[in-house]
Design a protein around this ligand. Structure first.
Ligand code: TXA
Ligand code: MG
Length: 348
């Protein structure tokens, strides 16, 4: 068993493994990361190999203090206008679920950035992550700790099931509070653009620096941020998406699983034309019927999304039928992940 508690001793052992070029999975406020020393090329190569991730998909470098930013990113080369926005974002939203794309320093290995002139930097808002990063070189490269294309892990056990034999250690920090990956914001071009909706809502960013562009309408065409390829975050079971009106009219099938946004949708379905409770055997088998948030709270829904999908993927149903959530706040990130989970099959 290579799971460590986030104690002083546990973190010391994990930091030693990082220093030796090995991989350590660690908790952040968004999802678990698969960490390797950001300046060690062998560690970086190990990350790509462990995930089965194509080398053209660059990594995020995690830091544990604003004083480390300049070592990674050449912010002095930004236009003054952009630089001002960057300063405000760092002051107000870091540490937090926001990754910034910035011009890279030459010392950052090309392997980390897939040869791009830019680098992704993130300062996670998680005490365990921060302590681990400080105990290492202060720059930990970490993608989400899942095999390429599969659901992101929000618990140590998800990492252990998927990548347990690829890492020296997994630090167990309990379930992740936010549950969807960070928002990726490109600050390297003239005007800020969201490349991936995530844990920091667009509304929050716009409150602070004004209007931002993106995310692109047709993500399939955008190779700028390869994590935006459609078939990402996918469970092995097929997933189809339904608007609420459609979801509450679905016929109940014993071989299918249902993921509602909130309790009221699920209740409307039970009373609707599908009438799963009317004489259908086994309808109370709740392992196949879930809702993301009892009262329709989007933050709670985000925190439970990957957990529910992991759960439903495990029970062996023919299809997972999921409901779109409202687009506001973290809803944009939830809908983005749901549509990518559905991509290999069919989006309705
Ligand atoms: O919340 C998160 O961001 C988690 C935790 C572990 O921090 N990490 C994460 O990493 O989601 P990953 O590798 O799964 O996603 C990184 C995303 C990818 O979509 C990648 O293409 C994009 O960031 N990215 C990285 N460097 C980039 C760059 N220079 N330009 C554009 N996109 C970049
Ligand atoms: Mg990922």
């Amino acid at each position: 068993m290579n799971i460590l508690a986030p104690s002083d001793e546990g973190l010391r052992r994990a930091a030693e493994a990082l220093a030796a070029g090995l991989l350590v999975a660690f908790p952040t406020e968004t999802v678990y990361g698969l960490g390797g020393d950001g300046f060690n090329r062998r560690a970086l190569a190990r990350i790509f190999a462990a995930k089965g991730r194509p080398r053209f998909d660059p990594l995020i470098i995690h830091i544990a203090g604003l004083d480390s930013l300049e070592r990674i990113a050449a912010t002095a080369s930004l236009e003054l206008r952009v630089r001002n926005k960057l300063d405000i974002l760092c002051a107000r939203l870091w540490p937090g679920p926001l990754t910034l794309i910035l011009p890279k320093q030459p010392e950052v290995p090309d392997l980390a950035t897939s040869g791009l002139p830019t680098v992704a930097v993130r300062f996670p808002d998680h005490r365990v992550a921060q302590r681990l990063i400080r105990l290492s070189t202060g720059a930990v490269a970490a993608p989400s700790a899942n095999p390429f294309g599969y659901l992101s892990p929000t618990r140590a056990k998800h990492v252990q099931e998927q990548l347990g034999d690829q890492v020296a250690f997994i630090i167990d920090g309990g379930p992740c509070g936010i549950g969807v990956e960070s928002t990726v914001l490109d600050m390297s071009a003239g005007s800020p653009r969201i490349l991936r909706p995530g844990g920091t809502p667009r509304e929050r960013i716009e409150e602070i620096i004004g209007a931002v562009e993106g995310p692109p309408v047709d993500p399939v065409r955008i190779f700028h941020s390869p994590g935006q390829l459609t078939s990402h975050y996918a469970p092995r079971t097929g997933l189809t998406l339904h608007r609420r009106e459609e979801m509450i009219r679905l016929p109940y099938e014993l071989s299918e699983a249902y993921l509602f946004f909130d309790r009221s949708s699920r209740d409307a379905w039970v009373q609707g034309p599908g009438r799963p409770c009317d004489g259908e055997p086994g309808w109370t088998e709740t392992s196949r019927i879930h809702w993301l948030s009892e009262k329709g709270n989007l933050d709670e829904a985000a925190a439970r999304l990957f957990d529910m999908l992991h759960e439903l993927d495990r029970i062996g149903v023919s299809v997972i039928r999921a409901e779109w959530v409202p687009e506001a706040g973290l809803g944009a990130a939830i809908n983005d992940r749901l549509s990518r989970a559905a991509a290999p099959t069919q989006i309705r």
